[in-house]
Design a protein around this ligand. Structure first.
Ligand code: ZN
Length: 637
């Protein structure tokens, strides 16, 4: 009897498995619009061939190169059908969805079929295919001994938004071309499609301009007295940027250049002081060595300023085919304009009543230059002040309300609110769960919603500068942004997302990404303004779920925000009322030392029992302090 029951159960299990390989969840990110498990598996073997429509030669070549690298299989590419057997077919055909990035993908036991109308859609399909294979497919060499299986599946997919971006600030900290290429590969895997490069700011001019050869050569390097490391200095030659644009285009990623104006221009003014309202000289300095914003901006009264910008934009548009050119426009102090005779004369002559109107007049000059080249202006949301033309795209950063106001007034907007999308903020402030909870269309009537082009993560590199640290700020939360930009609104399903994201950590490791390991765990507790009244306080959190057995556990106290650091004296673990583990040492948790780790050796216990964690801390310097507490068990090595 027992054997019949188990046979029956085994049969049920195999049937269930056969019907829904979906149970073997492929853990795709972003989640496709429609996904259905199919019976069977496709095994990549010696017999496999690639069949590629002529329009998809590039996409087939990139896919083949990656598959060959890891499998060592011949994978010949054919351009005509009629080959029997094991085919991965890249077909040009309409799919159930419209738009250039729409695709479908079907895996059965003897054929993999990718369909798209356009190369962008086919490229996205190939990235889904890579995610269906084991994480080792992202290796840079053949791991050997791997069975390369694709689960049976049918996917119909298209993005929710056309703009799914990442901004890297290459001005504050120069990032190598290698790192940018790596970033493009990582973006491609998760279907992000805009890399916005912040190329100029107070702390550096990073793009070669042929007509002004001194500019990048001087303003790409800090004065020697600051002893800045060589790795954070430099500029991009036009040739390098052209290669990067081509590298991105092959992955159907748009590079949007940003040339800041009229503010955030100190590095430029240090080389060309004649473009300022006052005489100079100007010296630029690393972010940590002075005010974040300086009053010296480009003079709006001088013709020279516009001649210079025309020359620069001429070269910029020749390098970057992007239909959008970002002109910054944020955080512009107008004090110099108030006292500059030329700026005041310009205002009189143009009938402008305020300096805010002068900035909007400035923007319109630039807009006209770019429109003549068929390009659209995009700027930070301050460009709304003083009025802008309806074709200008607004990048909303100061919070969702600014972006909403822009969309409601008929401007196309890209959402990168600092409440959810600023990835230089700590994980305590913005973790994956928070990014995942963001709906760019929340509260928008349909006529305004159609103006939302999409979402973007923005990373300002004035604090975390080494590539490893930038990685950690971006990952894994960038995956949550990728999902928000591509997938249908599924915010209610955080636990499903978290499971898929955790499964993706092995992919991030294969890509060599130094991601933040605490992000997806969630904190066991937190302290906020006022929860520490002053004096020495004990905070206690239930950690029964986190103490999974005896042995070493790590407690991390992480800074979230606030002016005052918390002074941590000790961390103890209690079973019932008994202290069973303790790490007593002094530390400060604040913006300068954002995380402190304490180690607890949990003794073997009898069954049952609950655990509480006790932190002894005080806020001697003030109560404006926010932090989160995490418990982890270090991986056994
Ligand atoms: Zn002026």
């Amino acid at each position: 009897m027992k054997s019949i029951v188990s046979l029956f159960l085994a049969l049920c299990a195999s049937l269930a498995g056969a019907q829904t390989s979906g149970h073997d969840d492929p853990n795709l990110i972003p989640q496709p619009a429609h996904l259905q498990g199919l019976p069977g598996k496709f095994v990549l073997s010696e017999k496999a061939v690639l069949l590629a429509a002529p329009a998809f030669t590039n996409e087939a070549a990139l896919l083949r190169r990656q598959l060959q690298t890891v499998t060592g299989l011949p994978l010949p590419v054919l351009t005509e059908a009629g080959v029997a057997g094991h085919t991965i077919a890249l077909l040009q055909a309409p799919t159930g969805n419209t738009g250039p990035e729409a695709y479908s993908l079907e895996v059965t036991s003897n054929q993999v079929t990718l369909r798209a109308a356009e190369p962008a859609g086919m490229f996205r399909a190939t990235q889904t295919l890579l995610q269906l294979l084991p994480a080792k497919v992202l290796n840079t060499n053949s791991p050997g001994g791997t069975r390369w299986e694709l689960p049976g599946v049918r996917i119909d997919d298209a993005p929710r938004f056309e703009w799914r971006g990442l901004m890297l600030d290459c001005s504050r900290t120069f990032q190598s071309v290698e790192y940018l290429k790596q970033t493009l590969d990582r973006m491609a895997l998760y279907k992000l499609n805009v890399l916005h490069l912040h190329l100029t700011d107070d702390q550096g001019w990073r793009l070669e301009i042929k007509k002004y050869p001194d500019l990048a050569r001087k303003a790409g390097f800090f004065p020697a007295k600051y002893h800045e490391p060589a790795s954070t200095q430099g500029f991009y030659t036009q040739q390098q940027m052209r290669e990067l644009v081509a590298y991105a285009a092959a992955r159907h990623i748009l590079i949007v250049p940003e040339i800041e104006m009229p503010g955030h221009s100190l590095a430029l003014l240090s080389v060309m002081p004649q473009l300022a309202c006052t005489a100079g000289p100007f010296e630029f300095f690393p972010y940590s060595k002075g005010p974040g914003i300086t009053e010296d901006v480009l003079c709006a009264g001088k013709e020279e300023t516009f001649d210079f910008l025309r020359d620069v934009l001429e070269e910029v548009t020749a390098i970057f085919p992007s239909p959008f050119v970002h002109i910054g426009g944020d955080e512009v102090p107008r004090a110099r304009w108030q006292h500059c005779p030329l700026c005041q004369q310009r205002m009189k002559q143009e009938g402008l009543k305020t300096e805010a109107e002068l900035q909007s007049w400035f923007n319109r000059q630039i807009e006209r230059m770019l429109a003549a080249k068929g390009r659209r202006v995009i700027g930070w949301d301050e460009i709304l002040e003083g009025g802008i033309s309806s074709t200008t795209v607004v990048m909303g950063w100061r919070g969702v309300s600014y972006a909403l106001a822009a969309a409601q007034s008929g401007h196309d907007v890209v959402m990168t609110p600092n409440s959810h999308c600023y990835f230089d903020y700590t994980y305590g402030a913005i973790d994956s769960a928070r990014v995942f909870s963001f709906d760019p269309l929340a509260g928008l009537p349909p006529e305004a919603a159609r103006h939302v082009l999409g979402v973007q993560a923005s990373f300002w590199s004035h604090i975390d500068r080494e590539p490893e640290l930038v990685d950690r700020q971006l990952f894994p939360r960038l995956l949550a942004l990728a999902e928000r930009g591509w997938s249908p609104d599924n915010r209610g399903n955080w636990s499903d997302y978290r499971r898929r994201a955790q499964a993706n950590l092995s992919r991030l490791e294969k890509l060599g990404i130094h991601y933040e390991p605490l992000d997806l765990l969630g904190p066991v507790g937190e302290w906020t303004l006022g929860s520490l009244a002053g004096g020495v306080t004990n905070l206690e959190f239930d950690v029964t779920a986190q103490i999974t057995g005896s042995g070493e556990h790590e407690v991390t106290a992480a800074y979230v925000r606030g002016r005052h650091p918390a002074h941590l004296h000790a961390v103890e673990l209690l079973r019932g009322t008994e202290v069973v583990a303790r790490d007593q040492h002094e530390s400060l948790v604040g913006w300068q030392t954002p995380r402190q780790t304490y180690r607890l050796r949990v003794p073997p216990a009898g069954a049952g029992g609950s655990y509480r964690l006790r932190l002894t801390l005080d806020l001697a310097g003030g109560t404006n302090s926010f932090g989160k507490v995490y418990v982890t068990k270090p991986a056994t090595k």
